[in-house]
Ligand binder design. Sequence first.
Ligand code: BG6
Length: 497
Amino acid sequence: MLAYFIQGGQLMREQNVLITLFGATGDLAHRKLYPALFRLFQKGFIKNHFAVIGTARREWTDEYFRDVIKQSVQSLVKSEDELNQFLSHFYYQPHNVTDTHHYVVLKELSEELDAKYQIEGNRVFYLAMAPTFFGTITEHLKAEGLITEQGYNRLIIEKPFGKDYASAEELNNQLRQSFEEKQIYRIDHYLGKEMIQNISAVRFANRVFEALWNKENIDHVQISLLEQVSVEERGGYYDTSGALRDMVQNHILQILALVAMEPPVSFGDVRKNKIKVLEQLRPYTTAEEVNKNFVRGQYGPSVDGLKPGYREDANVADDSNMETYVAGKVFIDNERWEGVPFYVRTGKSLHSKETIIDVVFKEANSPLFCGIDGCPSNRISIHITPREGFCFVINSKAVGNTIALQTSHLEKIFDENFAMSSPEAYERLILDCIEGDMTNFTHWEEVAASWKYVDSIRQTWDSEIAAEFPNYAAGSKGPQSGYDLIERDGRKWVDRD
Ligand code: BG6
């Protein structure tokens, strides 16, 4: 019997599911997935009727696997008993993804666990590994009968989903041989973040914003995904990806779509409305347009010499031309956003970590207060990380015998308890998948439109001989060209320090 329990004042039901995790020995599983599953277990979303089969090439035993998981969830453990209960649901199966026989073994184990935990055929296949193998795995899952007739079958895939439109389409076609679109859960972990999910609440649950959310009232939007970290151990991957593919094609365009989409009538409409926005992005088709509207950068060593430059990374070519910073000006060709620029930027090895959306309104035009200098713009800022919250910037009269204005920041930054009680992105997304809610996963048509948009930028950059890299120091605010891009339009990035 599946248990019912109360969570946040709502009646919830335990889920029964068999999760087969490809890439069980990998970093993502260790850092994110096991802790996420443990939190779901602690809350009761998975309890007695679930099992996880971890697979990877390494010859681990169940015991060793459980030990590894134990380490990864250690900081969350409240009782040994609870931990042991949780671990008892994990099984390990060494697996070579191209070997048909291994799928036969996996099928037997799946059926055994299904019966043992009364899972009723509900299966999630989680591919947390190199995308090269996605097609092979899904083909075998179908051919060897791991996809069940009885319950649901869902596929979770990690990014990158292709490296351009053509490869993404090829991958999608491979997946579609075995799974239907409604069974494919493409992860963009940003969509699992508390404050990203809050964008829609701020927009649609406040008349004061939604009524003004258009070209008549909004001057421009800024989306900044600034990172302090360098490429760390991922130089090899990053040197084939760069910031444009790594952050713009997915996270930045997803955020832009949420900020810009038409109001959905139901949660079921969110993806449809995002697709429309992404298909309405104005493409830059000539090199001149690309270079006018998008700039790139690559970090060199920090000024004090303590942080190495990108090209010094062991897995990066000495003369690499790959960008670690991108800033761009994006337009959406529709009625609501005609002429409103969305400035976006992202970069590695910058001076601080800041993920933030700034929606800057047009100035008021009161003849009483906004004389020659104009009035400062109102702004709503949505802080995503590391601070989580909002800030609404408004003008009022300065105190005293004056008509001068003062600008106030009405700020609500959530405290540590908020972060601690808010589910981590992976926890939320895994639960959504188990519950069959696709709202926060990217539809193929979103992926396709995003790739088409960034492909022309990538192609232009790839066809140019060499960029003048490095052009910003590690630990700095990024290249000057990122500032010039917005300042030549008479605007400024809203920098926090
Ligand atoms: C990943 C990128 O998708 O997002 C990384 O591949 C990046 O390069 C990371 O560091 C940023 O995510 P977050 O949640 O730390 O902002």
